[in-house]
Design a protein around this ligand. Structure first.
Ligand code: FAD
Ligand code: NAD
Length: 461
């Protein structure tokens, strides 16, 4: 039966941007409706951040057990037989985590008294959309439709050419996997599938892998790939896939065939701006993204946009921060989106974290730049993370010692991203860090030691 809902706030998309906006709006007492055509949680929860980290964890376990089953065992532990992989069971376990989080989000929205409408929204004007036979009119519209994987014209998704979504739902481990794109997804998932036993080749168009991070930071990942038999072809472009072979063209123009059972194409993501009536809303674009100001206002009054739809970095925590902010602005709070830094973490082997400026960024004035190697950190040794070439690095202004950037590459360094971001966001100086007692034995002592080294007097190196 046709229904007309009139609401204060309509959120389109229930990903980490949209559902957080919905919960916060509900908490603030705003009459709110969230619409999603899929399960709540968005790319991140259903087919992105969470499922990929689950598979990465399982792959780590499998690798460690394989080491224990090798001749002589590992760290004094030996297994009499190599571990067996039942990938379908691993995928089922991963789905259990996704289900738990999906019902968690559903419960949180319910508790915040937010109405959830399931279905695809199609806008006829800036404030009106249809979801099936339901019409929704709102005073404020928050667009949070997210992004989709980029498809290459000569490598269309389908069959054995898969996107990250397919790679997270494999029925069986491919014997040979070709990965097109050596960025976040290609390397996080390529490394996990290598650990599970697949033969992996990475085809990257740029001159090096993970081109958004500086070379020093990605070197330990490149070293792991080499040591573990992952072939990396840089300055190389994929041409097409036929008869179980991916044809690639190298920097010299020479064509080669790479045998592959599956091809994972991970060459970036594009904002979801088509197919839901954005063109009827009178909202301006900035390049391929929806244009917003520092409050996430679009060019149309009381239409807001957040998350992957509005630009880089396309990260879940940025989407959520914008969602929370927009709900508060609608409720009358004074807020702006101007973070000093948004942390970026790559869950490769080893992990990479980067917050703020790197050594290749332009800075007015002189900088101090010092790093501390995990090889000299006790906790890293106990985690078997001291011999991978990893380090933590600080970049600070020479004149007032204010921190400008912090990066690390090493085992479990993702967990340091909070301290790094807090230091930059609070405007910390090197002395603020060296004045804090860091618990022993932890990786955070490496950050403390890097700060000491910036001052020229590291203790443990
Ligand atoms: P999305 O999460 O894409 O959500 C958009 C939602 O809108 C979807 O649920 C969709 O169904 C819905 N929708 C779209 N159009 C309509 C419509 N017309 N009507 C109704 N519903 C609609 N980021 C990190 O920070 N850390 C990570 O570790 C990480 N890992 C990732 C791993 C993978 C494999 C992938 C693919 C991405 C990963 N990301 C990660 C990126 C992260 O998933 C995105 O940045 C994040 O999901 C963006 O949130 P969003 O709310 O903007 O959009
Ligand atoms: P990406 O931008 O990280 O990497 C794409 C890579 O593909 C780049 O290195 C690029 O040079 C390369 N490339 C582009 N065209 C190519 C071609 N024709 N042939 C070969 N290589 C080509 O994109 P992604 O890995 O698809 O991930 C998409 C986005 O999702 C990321 O940018 C990030 O915002 C998000 N993400 C984040 C995380 C995380 O936070 N840990 C994990 C996964 C995804």
């Amino acid at each position: 039966m046709a229904e007309h809902i009139k609401t204060k706030v309509l959120v389109v998309g229930g990903g980490p941007g949209g559902y957080v906006a919905g919960i916060r709006a509900g908490q603030l007492g705003l009459d709110t409706v969230v619409v999603d055509g899929d399960r709540l949680g968005g790319t991140c929860l259903i087919r992105g951040c969470i499922p990929s980290k689950a598979i990465i964890h399982a792959a780590e376990m499998f690798e460690q057990m394989s080491h224990a089953a090798a001749k002589g065992g590992h760290v004094g532990i030996s297994l009499s037989e190599p571990p067996k992989l039942d990938l379908a069971a691993t995928v089922k376990w991963k789905e259990g985590i996704v289900d738990r989080l999906n019902s968690g989000v559903t419960g949180l929205l319910k508790r915040a008294k937010v109405r959830v409408v399931s279905g695809w929204a199609k806008f006829s004007d800036a404030k009106t959309c249809a979801v099936g036979d339901i019409t929704i009119t709102a005073e404020h519209v928050i667009l949070a439709t997210g992004s989709d994987p980029v498809e290459l014209p000569h490598l269309k998704f389908g069959g054995d050419v898969i996107s990250s979504t397919g790679a997270l739902d494999l029925a069986a481990l491919p014997k040979r996997l070709a990965v097109v794109g050596g960025g976040y997804i290609g390397l996080e998932l390529g490394i996990a599938l290598r650990k599970l036993g697949a033969e992996v080749t990475v085809v990257e168009a740029a001159e090096r892998i993970l081109p958004t991070y500086d070379k020093q930071l990605t070197a330990p990942v490149a070293q792991w790939l080499k040591k573990n038999g992952v072939e990396v072809l840089v300055s190389t472009k994929a041409q097409g896939f036929a008869g179980g072979a991916l044809t690639v063209e190298g920097p010299d123009g020479k064509k080669t065939d790479i045998k592959a059972d599956k091809v994972l194409v991970a060459v970036g993501r594009k904002p979801r701006t088509e197919g839901w009536g954005l063109e009827n809303m009178g909202v301006d674009l900035a390049g391929r993204f929806v244009k917003v100001d520092d409050q996430c206002r679009t060019s149309m009054r009381d239409v807001w946009a957040i998350g992957d739809l509005v630009g880089e970095p396309m990260l879940a925590h940025k989407a959520s921060a914008q969602g929370e902010m927009v709900a508060e602005i609608i409720a009358g709070h004074k807020r702006r989106f101007n973070p000093v830094a948004i942390p970026a973490v790559c869950f490769t082997e080893p992990e990479i974290v980067s917050v703020g400026l790197g050594p290749e960024d332009k800075v007015n004035g002189e900088v101090l730049n010092a790093s501390f190697p995990w090889a000299a950190n006790g906790r890293a040794m106990t985690l078997e993370g001291a011999d991978n070439g990893g380090f933590v690095r600080i970049i600070a202004r020479k004149d007032d010692h204010r921190l400008l950037g912090i990066q690390a590459v090493g085992r479990n360094v993702s967990e340091l991203s909070g301290e790094f971001a807090m230091a930059l966001e609070m405007g910390a100086t090197i002395e603020d860090i060296t004045g804090i007692i860091h618990a022993h034995p932890t990786l955070s002592e490496g950050f403390f030691e890097a700060a000491l080294r910036t001052l020229g007097h590291g203790i443990h190196v």
